[in-house]
Design a protein around this ligand. Sequence first.
Ligand code: FAD
Length: 317
Amino acid sequence: MSILIYAESAEGKFKKVAFELASYGKKVAASLGTTVTAVTINAGDVSELSKYGVDKVLKVSSDKLSKFTAKAYADVIKQAAQKEGTKVVLLSSTTDSLYLAPLVAVSLDAGYASNVVGLPVSTSPFQVKRNAFSNKAFNITEISTDVKVLGLAKNSYGVFENASSLTEEDFSPSIGDNDFGVKVESVEKVTGKVTIADAEVVVSGGRGLKGPENWGMLEELASVLGAATACSKPVSDLGWRPHSEHVGQTGKPVATNLYIAIGISGAIQHIAGINSSKVKVVINADADAPFFKVADYGIVGDAFEIVPKLTEKLKEF
Ligand code: FAD
């Protein structure tokens, strides 16, 4: 009875969340006195997982699974869990995994807890701590089913090296045509740029930047910091930035180490999506902007003066 993690990859490379999930899985496995098995789908070289404590990998390679299809991927994870006799299945909180986790839970007749933060509060009864109400509160959820599915909140645990000797096994689950009821029309390509999901630092701009022509200074700051760029909802609604950069309650959630908000007022719907970030820096011309109430560091002033100066200073390091 090992713990099963779904180690997500894109274009043959593991996403950072795969390493976070492996680190977390190792710790949960230790508390249950068991080992960690990862199931991978078209992930290429899986040996990197051994750095983070994975003991065994079930490697699935299939052209049929070259594009993400929720039902088919969920079926693979279910069959891996059944093969291993797994009682705890761990997934991340990426868009794909948020889609997969309930499907996996239903197929295994398992209880599902999303947005889990921290290690289980208790293993008997099995209780986990979860973010609730757009991360404004926590709750403790007890799962009483034999098999449990947990979705770990992104960036809530961290990545820790913990070397293990890894066994690799090719795994060929049966995938039927019924698994492909939804056709994937397009796939977001991995570019050289840091994605919001993988970023340690996010530089985000709001309507205070006045127009898309002013995003150059924000991109330069992001480039110096190795950061991803993001924006508030109106900015993407206005077409100044792509919708994929919209963060907040109705956009992408952000849980980075450092979130820099420039010309963003700090509306409740924006804060709801970013308040799991560890350090929040706010640059705003209005000293009464609500964002300052949740900021760790704030600069009151004109972004057009401050951001270029900040970028120049950071280049010195
Ligand atoms: P504004 O509110 O216009 O703020 C601009 C800020 O820039 C101001 O604080 C101003 O002082 C500052 N500023 C102006 N000039 C400068 C300058 N030169 N230098 C520095 N600062 C300057 N919003 C989201 O972001 N994400 C969401 O997911 C989201 N979901 C929503 C869901 C619902 C159901 C609803 C009703 C709203 C949602 N919103 C969301 C919108 C949200 O309520 C706010 O309207 C939005 O966040 C405001 O965006 P903003 O801060 O960029 O713009």
